[in-house]
Each structure stands twice: as C-alpha cells, then as structure tokens.
Design a protein around this ligand. Structure first.
Ligand SMILES: [Zn+2]
Length: 291
C-alpha cells in the first residue's frame, strides 16, 4: 500500500483491505460531475457505492486519498486491474454538474504533483498512453476499454488542459525539478536539455501514425489541426531554453574568473533564469491551443 504524502488519508473500508493488489502503471484522470470537496467525495464512496477512485482533487486545494495506490480502485473499468496484475491509479476531480468547466489552478497543481509522485514512486513513464494497456498518463474517455458504456469524462475543457498543461507540467517538473521547496540547486545544462528533448520526443510521438489504435482517428485529426502551431510554439520554447542555458553558462564563467558574484548569488540567478524558461515553455505549450 502506498499513500501520497500530499493527500489527506481517508481510507475506505472494506475496499482497501478486500480489493486485490495492483502494480500501478497508469494514471487516469476523471471529473466527478459534482462540485464536491475531497471529504464529500470520500463520504459518497463510503455511503453510496462500492465504486471508487484512489484520489479526489477538489476546488479548494485539498487532495483526498481513499485507497492505497498498490490496491485496485474501480473507476476505470478494464484498466482497474489486468490479468498481469498491472492497473491504473485514478483521480476524480471536482467539477460543475455538467462536467464542462476547466480545472482551476489548485486542481492543476495537485494533478501535476500527484503525477510526479506516481512517476517517482511507481515508475509510471512520462508519456501519454499509446493504447489502453500501455503504461503512462491518460484521461477517462481516452480509450473505450476504460469505461463500461462510453464516457466524455473529464470533459472537453479538461481534456485540452490535460494535454496542454497538466501532462507537460508533470514532464517538466519530473525532469527539471522545478518545485521550489524541494530544490535549492540550479538546473544544470543537462537538465535543461533533457526537458527540451522530452518535449521534442513527445511531439514526435504524437506525430507517429496510429494505424489500428482505437483512437487513431481522433489523434490524426488533432495532428492536422494543431501541428503548425505546436511546432512554432516548441521552436520558440527550445530557443528560449537554449538562451537561458547560455546565460547560465555566462554567469558560471564569470564566477570562475573570480568576479564579484558569490556562489549563492550566481546559483540563485541561474535558477531563476532556468525556472522562468520552464514557465515559458509551459505557457507556450498551453498557448498553442485553439489552432
Ligand atoms: Zn471518469
């Protein structure tokens, strides 16, 4: 059993003890079609149904965890637990009654933080699932195998946010260590290049023809619609990253020459520059949107 340290633990019984173990390989996000707090979601799972998700992410900034991430939860049909023992970790997120509103900033932050933790704790790979059994990150309606009778969950606005803000945010933070409280060190040039490389790989990956993939048509359409904007945004972002890397090198070079900067000053300056570059990268990815 594994419990995310950023969550309020509200363990559901008997499910938590009774349901079989899984080896978590996917993270699937949902909208619960109700504006509930994490606790209200817990009470719903406890009192009204024997279906449940691992996490609840509310509007106020709280995360509830109801089931350990190495135990099956029942939010994603065929992805809950497979014959090989792998399964998906699920998060329900508070929404309006039509599941049409976007996630707020607190929800986005919490989804990114959960995703990074799942990557670090369980080794869930930093990619969008390429098939219903493929390890990675996804949202409920991505594959029909993940629901019993079809679903639009988590809603169009949030599907867009998942692709453009949440998933890129998980990748950037997992690779770049941009969480301020966990990281006093400046990003290295290698870190920055790793992030840039990740983004290019992701872009390349999305452009791979999908053949017999279940959602192939959907993917192909999205490629046609936004490929140009995506490329332009990525080129700008990578240029920016390279510039920031160069700026950092310059600071370090001056330091090496015995200039006036203290080591701490130089490091702070470099970190601020690198973090700003990563923020711009996230914004560029988000802004590529409407094309
Ligand atoms: Zn759902």
């Amino acid at each position: 059993m594994a419990w995310y340290p950023g969550a309020i633990k509200m363990e559901l019984q008997p499910e938590s003890d009774a349901q079989p173990a899984i080896r978590p390989t996917q993270f699937i996000v949902h909208s619960i079609v109700a504006p509930w707090t994490a606790r209200r979601t817990y009470e719903y799972w406890r009192d009204s149904t024997n279906l449940e998700s691992h996490f609840g992410v509310d509007y106020q900034g709280d995360v509830g965890q109801y089931i350990g991430t190495e135990t099956r939860a029942d939010a994603n049909a065929g992805a809950n637990r497979r014959h090989d023992g792998t399964g998906a970790v699920s998060a329900e997120t508070a929404s309006n009654l039509e599941a049409s509103d976007p996630w707020n900033a607190k929800q986005i932050e919490n989804l990114i933080a959960i995703g990074v933790w799942l990557h670090e704790r369980h080794g869930i790979p930093l990619r969008i699932c390429r098939g219903h059994g493929d390890p990675g990150f996804g949202y409920h309606s991505m594959f029909p195998q993940w629901s019993t009778s079809g679903t639009a969950c988590p809603g169009r606005a949030r599907i867009r946010q998942f692709r453009e803000v949440v998933f890129p945010g998980i990748v950037a933070r997992a690779n770049g260590h941009t969480t301020p409280q966990e990281d006093d060190m400046a990003l290295t040039r290698e870190d920055i290049e790793k992030v840039a490389q990740r983004v290019w790989e992701k872009d390349h990956f999305i452009n791979v023809p999908w053949g017999t993939e279940t959602n192939g048509q959907w993917m192909a359409k999205s490629i046609l619609v936004d490929n140009g904007a995506r490329l332009r945004a990525l080129q700008a972002a990578v240029t920016e990253l390279a510039a920031r890397g160069a700026a950092r090198d310059a600071v370090l070079a001056r330091l090496a020459e015995g200039g006036g900067l203290s080591a701490a000053d130089a490091q702070r300056a470099a970190e601020a520059g690198a973090t700003a570059a990563l923020d711009r990268l996230a914004i560029a990815l988000a802004a590529e949107g409407e094309g």
